[in-house]
Design a protein around this ligand. Structure first.
Ligand code: AMP
Ligand code: MG
Length: 483
C-alpha cells in the first residue's frame, strides 16, 4: 500500500493557454523495462529512485498516469506548435510522438516539465509512427548529461525505458520511451503557432505565461514584452556561444527546436566536432550546411527574428514602432554573442583579456592543420600543443605572442584553463561504441561514458580511450533526425 504519491503534478500551462495543449494519452507499453535511470536528476526532482524502478514508477515513466501514483495531474498533453524547418514554414507541427506528463516543482522550487518522447502517435504525428528507438534515446541521455556537466543549460533525460516492441527504421530496432526534464517546452515555434491563430488573446496568454515562468524580471520593465524578447535574445546568445566553445553542433536548429528558456533542446542529430572545421555538419538531412558548426549563431539570430515577428502585435500598437523596437533588440544579439564568445575563447586560451585576433588566428591554424578541437586546449595548458601541428612554424609564432601575455603565474593560468576546457566530451566514436554495446544489453560502457562526461574537466586515469578523437572517417560521421 503506497501512502505518499510518487510525484505531484501541476498543469499551469494547460490552464493558462488551453488552446495550445491537447489532452492525449500515451500508447500502452506491455512490457516496460527500465534501461537507465538518472538518479542524480531524480533526487533533484524530489523523486524516489527506488519507487521509479517499481511498477508504478515504470507506469509513470511511460505515461500511464492512472496507474502511476501521481497526484494532482489532470492528464497528459500533446503541445501544439508551428515552426520553420530548414527555413520552410510548417504551420502545424506539435508533439507528434511526445507528451507532457506534467510540471513538477523541484527541490529548489523551480517549475520543470516532465515530458515523454516515443509515447505513441498523437494527432500531430502526420506520417510518423509516434515511436522512438533505444539507441537515439540513450544518445539524448548521454549528450544531455555531457552538456549539464559542461555547465551548459540543457534538458536532461530522467529515464529511458525499453518498450519490448520493435520499431521500424529501415530494419527493426528496439523501441524505447525517453522521459526528460526541461525548464519548459515553450519554443519559438509555440509563439509562431499562437500568432498564426490570429486570436490575440492566445498570444497574450502565452507571452504572459512564458514571461512569468522564465523571465519574471521582465514584468517590472517599462515594456514587459520587449524586455521578455530581449531576455530570450540574451539567453540564446549566451547559449550558442557556449555551444561553440565546446565544439557542439546542435544539428537541427529549426524554430520548433529552440527553447524560450534558453536550454539546449531537441538535439537529436547533434554531435561534437573532433577536428576543427567551421563547416562541420553531421545531420543526414542538412545537405546545404544550414546548421553547420560555424553557422549556428546566424541560425539562432534568424530564429529570434521569427520570434520577434510573432511578438510584434504585443510590442506596440503602432506596427512600425513595434518593428523598430524589435529590430533594435535583435541587433543586440551579435554584440552579446561576440562578447560571450571572445571572453570564452580568452579563458580557453589562458589570455588575460579577450583578444579576437589571437582567437581567430589560432582557430585558423587548427582548421588548416585539422587539429582536434577539444584536445588542443588541454594540450595548450599542458605545454604539448606544438606536436599537434603538422607545420609548427605558425603555431610557434602565435605561442610566443601568447607567452608574452601570460604574466607571472603560468601554473595558475594552466589550472584555470583546465577548469574551462573539457577532457571528455561525448565523442562520436565513443558514443557509437557504447550504444552498440547497449543494444546487446551491456550497459557498463554507457555508464562509464556518463561518469566521464559528468565531470568533464577532471582527467582520470583509465579513461584515456574517451579523451581522443576517432579515426578520420570517409565518408564523414552522419547523424539522423526523428529516430
Ligand atoms: P524533430 O525534428 O525531431 O524536432 O521533430 C519535428 C516534428 O516531427 C515534431 O513535431 C515531432 O514530434 C515530429 N516527429 C519526429 N519523429 C516522429 C515520429 N517518429 N512520429 C511522429 N512524429 C514525429
Ligand atoms: Mg523537435
Amino acid at each position: 500500500m503506497i501512502s505518499t504519491p510518487l510525484v505531484h503534478f501541476e498543469d499551469s500551462y494547460a490552464r493558462a493557454v488551453p488552446k495550445l495543449s491537447l489532452p492525449w494519452q500515451a500508447a500502452p507499453v506491455p512490457s516496460p523495462r527500465l534501461v537507465v535511470l538518472n538518479e542524480d536528476l531524480a533526487a533533484q526532482m524530489g523523486l524516489d529512485p527506488d519507487r521509479l524502478r517499481e511498477s508504478d514508477g515504470l507506469a509513470l515513466l511511460t505515461g500511464r498516469l492512472p496507474w502511476s501514483g501521481a497526484s494532482g495531474s489532470t492528464g497528459t498533453f500533446a503541445h501544439a506548435y508551428a515552426g520553420h524547418q530548414f527555413g520552410s514554414w510548417v504551420p502545424r507541427l506539435g508533439d507528434g510522438r511526445a507528451l507532457l506528463l506534467g510540471e513538477v516543482v523541484d527541490a529548489q522550487g523551480r517549475r520543470r516539465d516532465l515530458h515523454l518522447k516515443g509515447s505513441g502517435r498523437t494527432p500531430f504525428a502526420r506520417g510518423g509512427d509516434g515511436l522512438a528507438v533505444l539507441g537515439p534515446m540513450l544518445r539524448e541521455y548521454i549528450v544531455g548529461e555531457a552538456m549539464h556537466g559542461l555547465g551548459i543549460r540543457t534538458t536532461r533525460a530522467l529515464a529511458v525505458v525499453a518498450t519490448g516492441q520493435d520499431v521500424l527504421r529501415g530494419d527493426a530496432q528496439p523501441g524505447a520511451v525517453l522521459c526528460r526534464v526541461a525548464a519548459s517546452h515553450l519554443r519559438v515555434g509555440t509563439f509562431q503557432y499562437a500568432a498564426a491563430t490570429g486570436d490575440p488573446s492566445v498570444l497574450t496568454a502565452l507571452a504572459d505565461y512564458a514571461l512569468a515562468r522564465h523571465y519574471p524580471q521582465a514584468a517590472e520593465a517599462d515594456r514587459p514584452y520587449l524586455s521578455f524578447f530581449e531576455s530570450v535574445v540574451a539567453a540564446q546568445a549566451d547559449l550558442v556561444a557556449r555551444w561553440m566553445l565546446v565544439g557542439f553542433v546542435h544539428g537541427v536548429m529549426n524554430t520548433d527546436n529552440m527553447a524560450i528558456s534558453g536550454e539546449t533542446i531537441d538535439f537529436g542529430p547533434c554531435a561534437f566536432m573532433d577536428r576543427y572545421d567551421p563547416g562541420t555538419v553531421f545531420s543526414s538531412i542538412d545537405r546545404q550546411g544550414r546548421y553547420a558548426y560555424g553557422n549556428q549563431a546566424a541560425a539562432a539570430q534568424w530564429n529570434l527574428a521569427r520570434l520577434a515577428e510573432a511578438l510584434l502585435p504585443l510590442l506596440d500598437a503602432d506596427q512600425d514602432a513595434a518593428v523598430a523596437a524589435a529590430t533594435k533588440v535583435l541587433g543586440s544579439f551579435a554584440t552579446r554573442y561576440e562578447t560571450a564568445l571572445t571572453a570564452g575563447m580568452a579563458a580557453k586560451l589562458g589570455l588575460p583579456v579577450p583578444d579576437n585576433a589571437m582567437s581567430v588566428e589560432i582557430l585558423d591554424l587548427l582548421r588548416s592543420d585539422g587539429v582536434d578541437f577539444t584536445g588542443f586546449f588541454r594540450a595548450l595548458s599542458a605545454g604539448t600543443a606544438r606536436s599537434l601541428f603538422a607545420d609548427p612554424g605558425p603555431y610557434d609564432a602565435w605561442a610566443a605572442r601568447r607567452q608574452a601575455r601570460l604574466g607571472s603565474d603560468p601554473e595558475g593560468v594552466a589550472a584555470a584553463m583546465d577548469r574551462r576546457n573539457p577532457v571528455y566530451v561525448p565523442r562520436n566514436h565513443c558514443v557509437e561504441r557504447v550504444l552498440a554495446r547497449a543494444a546487446h544489453g551491456d550497459l557498463a560502457p554507457l555508464e562509464r561514458l556518463i561518469e566521464a562526461v559528468r565531470r568533464p574537466f577532471e582527467a582520470r586515469p583509465g579513461l584515456e580511450d574517451l579523451a581522443g578523437p576517432g579515426p578520420a572517417q570517409d565518408p564523414p560521421y552522419v547523424t539522423y533526425c526523428g529516430t
